[in-house]
Design a protein around this ligand. Structure first.
Ligand code: CO
Length: 182
């Protein structure tokens, strides 16, 4: 049994500590995981994202979904227990994150990334992503290790985004009654 309701996903936002908690390996594959992946893909489209990772729905397990097209197409896919095998190239591009609404910052990432992952049935596969897909792989795998876009910010970017970060922190404090540790 998954510890969350796949039919009723909620987006977890900065500075929720769940986003900074490294995920555990997925060990159970099959219909329940497949249904979850389908819900995550639906939520990704609804939120106008190109990727969504487990911690962003409050699930501390190594799963992310992605589609660089940003709308239903044959490119939509779930990646379970992904690891980066190889990476090459480098570029700095502005990036956003559904868990950090209103924040954009430039992040240096590899331009070519080869990963190994499992599908919802547990079958292992390898895939090479270039350009945007390579960036999505790195961003989502960061999520699975508890690393957020805000952790990648330069001091200048942090300063430029400080008001939005502060607003998100205040909203979190109001919702939970806890001060954030960010
Ligand atoms: Co993100």
């Amino acid at each position: 049994m998954l510890p969350i309701d796949a039919d009723n996903l909620k987006l977890v936002k900065y500075p929720d500590p769940l986003l900074h908690t490294p995920c555990a390996q997925v060990t159970e594959f099959g219909p329940e995981l497949e249904a979850l992946a389908r819900s995550m893909i639906g939520m990704m489209y609804k939120s106008r994202g190109v990727g969504l990772a487990g911690p962003q729905i409050g699930l501390g397990q190594m799963i992310f979904v992605a589609n660089p097209d940003g709308q239903p197409s044959e490119c939509e896919k779930a990646y379970i227990n992904p690891v980066i095998l190889e990476q090459d190239g480098q570029e700095v591009i502005e990036e956003g994150c559904l868990s950090l609404p209103g924040i954009n910052c430039r992040v240096k990432r590899a331009t070519l990334v080869r990963i190994r992952a499992q599908d919802v049935q547990g079958n292992t596969f390898e895939e090479t992503g270039a350009g945007l897909l390579a960036r999505i792989f790195q961003h989502e795998i960061d999520h699975l290790h508890g690393i957020l876009l805000s952790d990648k910010m330069s001091p200048v970017a942090r300063l430029a985004n400080r008001r939005t970060l502060r607003e998100l922190e205040e909203r979190h404090e109001q919702a939970t009654g806890k001060p954030s540790d960010e």
